[in-house]
Design a binder for this molecule. Structure first.
Ligand code: CA
Length: 393
């Protein structure tokens, strides 16, 4: 799986900056020799180790990138309007048309439709155009040796060496994003190794250069995470002026008829229909866009844990499947700055609430805490903090 996709890296770095301030990396040569021993013991051959690690040194530009990341605190509307633009929509439609036979073969085998794969393909690498040019092994050696997240990157380096040993890539061909994500779908090496598929039949799983391998591997990963063939993932709806907003949580799936009874309608105001259960997803609270999120949405969240990213990908896929542009909602949603969100999180924590890390990011834990305090204060409990809530605290 890709639990530390680029957006998640930002969460990690923002959350733990202070803890890293005084960590010290070990001596590189000693570290490398220790790593080689562990790799050999786990079955990596001497030839592979020589091929991949001879004369390798850490790359200071990777460390610099890692330490200077901006902060991912865009709202869903900011992020999605930037990412799901008309150019990318047109490219998405064109790429689906151009690769129709491939996409239908993939859907037959894995049950994952073209629009879902095209959405991730477009968001990750602009349909294979921008896959990154950092030598993956050197990036991973750098980050595995660095003192901040060796537990995350050391296993990824091991998986990258396995990809070399299995003949899927050579150290020279394995180039990607600075933090080790690879290929047209930007898989981390462990996902590549676990879910990668040779779909063009040449005997190698080449998720960088083979479109068929890359797209089928995305489908293979989603099916492994529980994708349900033929079911929806996200659907835009309209919410009433008032309802029990605390029902709107990703972990609260209700039959569609229940939402209809609450006054939720289609975007044009018609009665909701359809079977199954879904959660009411209000990425920016009751005044912003509104969606029903089906069980398949939870599967997409395993591709990337960031709700903003995943809702954007899921929405992009609905657009490619023919849905209209979403309504921004019933009114302007006031935005809190990163520091205001941190301030809010600290105040909620001081009230004994669990907000996760005080990182300025409105994640699921922060939303749950906001919902409780909104209830305590007699406010609409939609879990989305605004400036008036902050001033009341
Ligand atoms: Ca292949």
């Amino acid at each position: 799986m890709r639990y530390f996709r680029s957006t998640l890296f930002l969460l990690f770095s923002v959350a733990s900056t202070s803890a890293w301030a005084d960590c010290r990396s070990p001596d590189f040569d000693a570290w490398l020799s220790d790593f080689k021993q562990e790799a050999a013991a786990s079955g990596i051959s001497a030839a592979t180790l020589d091929n991949a690690l001879t004369n390798i040194r850490p790359d200071p530009s990777v460390i610099q990138r890692d330490r200077s990341q901006g902060v991912f605190a865009q709202t869903f509307l900011e992020f999605s309007s930037k990412k799901v633009n008309s150019n990318r929509m047109n490219l998405g439609r064109a790429n689906i048309a151009k690769n129709g036979a491939l996409f239908s073969r993939i859907e037959q085998q894995f049950g994952v439709p073209a629009e879902i794969l095209a959405a991730f393909w477009g968001l990750e690498t602009d349909f294979g155009a921008v896959t990154g040019d950092f030598p993956t092994i050197r990036s991973l050696v750098t980050l595995a040796h660095d003192c901040r997240r060796p537990d995350l990157f050391r296993p990824e380096l091991m998986h990258a060496l396995q990809l070399v040993q299995k003949g899927d890539q050579t150290p020279a061909s394995m180039r990607g994003a600075w933090a080790g994500e690879l290929g047209q779908m930007q898989f981390i090496p462990s996902s590549y190794n676990k879910f990668g598929i040779d779909f063009d039949g040449d005997g190698h799983r080449d998720l960088i250069h083979s479109r068929a391998d890359a797209l089928a591997s995305g489908a293979s990963m989603l099916r492994n995470y529980g994708w349900r063939a033929g079911e929806p993932w996200l659907r835009e709806v309209r919410v009433p002026k008032d309802m029990d907003w605390s029902l709107a949580r990703l972990d609260n799936k209700l039959p569609i008829s229940e939402w209809a009874a609450q006054g939720v309608t289609t975007p044009s105001g018609k009665a909701l229909n359809g079977g199954g259960s879904a959660a009411l997803l209000l990425p920016m609270g009751r005044l912003g866009p509104a969606f029903l999120a089906y069980p398949n949405f939870d599967v997409l969240l395993q591709w990337n844990e960031s709700t903003v990213y995943t809702t954007t990908a899921a929405y992009f896929a609905t657009r490619l499947a023919g849905a209209g542009a979403m309504s921004p909602g019933n009114g302007l949603v006031p935005k809190l700055s990163l520091n205001q969100v941190r301030d809010l999180q600290a105040r909620l924590q001081a009230r004994g609430m669990n907000v996760g890390k005080i990182d300025g990011i409105i994640g699921e834990q922060t939303r749950a805490a906001v919902r409780s305090v909104q209830k305590q204060l007699g406010l609409p409990a939609d879990g989305y903090p605004d400036p008036s809530l902050l001033s009341k605290l």
